[in-house]
Design a protein around this ligand. Structure first.
Ligand SMILES: Nc1nc2c(ncn2[C@@H]2O[C@H](COP(=O)(O)OP(=O)(O)OP(=O)(O)O)[C@@H](O)[C@H]2O)c(=O)[nH]1
Ligand SMILES: [Mg+2]
Length: 408
């Protein structure tokens, strides 16, 4: 068994659930500054209502559809899902699944090709640097520069090269050896943050607030998470907390239909905190296992967005002091270094408990994940490797590190 498989087994496939030992003796299986393009929006809700507003009218609850068959998947929203590899995902014990790193065209292949921008630069650079060459001062300096340009950040690049030097300085090294050693160093940095998001089944509902700048993948991640939780046998409600845009509510409703989860929503322009409050009340009344709350990524300005998010947090806490149980910051990997300031702002404003990094299937600048791990130490719960409902995967330190340096 590989290390990666052992890790997966130890933590559980996607590591979703902390078992409630009393009630569930059987195995229970288990995702700103606002973007630089924040534009003023003319139609704004007026002043935010008081903390715990009385709804003017009851929020709209899109009932869980009673569908005899799985719903049709609109192709523009989700390409056809990949079938599970044999023996994966079918077990009642989700923790037994493998990450299927060898499946052609599977998530690992997509992750690898997604990281190709970072990895090809690194791979080419390493090959040029280390063709029958000693690991001397000059080589180390060039390697450090290479790592910085691959978004790993100055501190991480320095740390990695220092550690390489410790073991191999003055020795003749080839490119493969350097890549392998790099992957090991990077994996070691990522290991402490590669942590699954664990749903505590004693919390009914386990409240997950999903935040991030516009377009980072919040709503899509909620859809993917909803599917995973539903597949694990949990009852899930979605709250359309992005009341700023009509299309955002509609998008979440589509995900609700696809995953057969009820969606609690209000009209565009309604108070997001009020909606979150009602959604929590509703999910609590129903005894739901999970409540996933979507939020806006863009408001009139950054301070408006932050004020709204903080208000959402306040009203949730008024109703349930322990909630939200998780605040997920969704980061688009393609933004590169900009991710640092997004983490700083959201972490300070919204008590972020973990990250989901999306779009690692694109021309991602995946090296930034390493820099974030080193700098902030926030758990990376999952990564997005595509738009499909199945494209949310646990974050494996080893797989990621190897993909990043172009190793299979
Ligand atoms: N390739 C790829 N696309 C993704 C991934 N996650 C999300 N997307 C796409 O990114 C776009 C934005 O995703 P959304 O989920 O709408 O992002 P959001 O954060 O909710 O955006 P706002 O509602 O505008 O704040 C959509 O076209 C998604 O399909 C991913 O992992 N890979
Ligand atoms: Mg959205």
């Amino acid at each position: 068994m590989t290390d990666s498989e052992q890790m997966t087994k130890k933590r559980g496939w996607f590591g979703f659930l902390r078992r409630n030992k009393d009630q569930h003796p059987e195995p229970v299986p288990p995702e700103t500054p606002p973007g630089p393009d924040v534009q003023p929006e003319p139609e704004l809700p007026p002043d935010l209502p008081p903390d715990v507003p009385e709804p003017e009218r009851p929020p709209e609850v899109t009932p869980e559809p009673d569908l005899p068959e799985p719903p049709e998947v609109p192709p523009e929203i989700s390409p056809p899902m990949e079938p599970w590899a044999e023996g994966e995902g079918a077990d009642s014990e989700i923790g037994q699944g493998s990450e299927k790193p060898k499946v052609e065209g599977g998530w690992f292949a997509r992750l690898k090709s997604g990281l190709s921008k970072s990895s090809s630069r690194l791979t080419r650079g390493i090959t040029d640097l280390f063709t029958k060459r000693k690991l001397d001062e000059a080589a180390l300096e060039e390697l450090e520069e290479l790592l910085i340009t691959a978004d790993l950040g100055v501190a991480t690049a320095a740390r990695v090269t220092r550690r390489l030097a410790k073991n191999r300085f003055g020795k003749e090294v080839d490119a493969e050896e350097i890549k392998t050693a790099l992957a090991e160093e990077i994996s070691e940095i990522l290991e402490p943050v590669a942590l699954p998001l664990i749903v505590d089944r004693d919390c009914k509902p386990f409240v997950i607030l999903v935040v991030g700048v516009n377009g980072s993948g919040k709503t899509t991640t909620i859809g993917k998470l909803a599917r995973q939780y539903k597949d694990a046998g949990l009852s899930v409600t979605l709250a359309a907390g992005d009341t700023f845009r009509a299309a955002a509510v509609e998008q979440l409703k589509v995900w609700g239909q696809r995953t057969q989860c009820p969606v609690i929503s209000r009209d565009t322009g309604a108070d997001a905190a009020g909606l979150a409050f009602d959604a929590l009340a509703e999910a609590t009344k129903r005894g739901d296992d999970v409540l996933l709350i979507d939020t806006a990524g863009r408001l009139q300005n950054k301070s408006g967005l932050m004020a709204e998010l903080q208000k959402v947090l306040r009203v949730i806490k008024k109703q349930n002091a322990a909630a939200p149980h998780a605040v997920l910051l969704v980061l688009d990997a393609t933004v590169g270094q900009n991710a640092h300031s997004q983490v700083e702002v959201f972490r300070d404003m919204c008590e972020v408990t973990g990250l989901v990094v999306t779009k690692l299937d694109g021309t991602a600048r995946g090296g930034v994940v390493v820099a974030l791990a080193e700098k902030f130490g926030l758990p990376v719960h999952a990564i997005g490797v595509g738009e499909s409902v199945d494209d949310l995967r646990p974050f494996s330190a080893q797989s990621f590190a190897r993909s990043l340096v172009g190793l299979g």
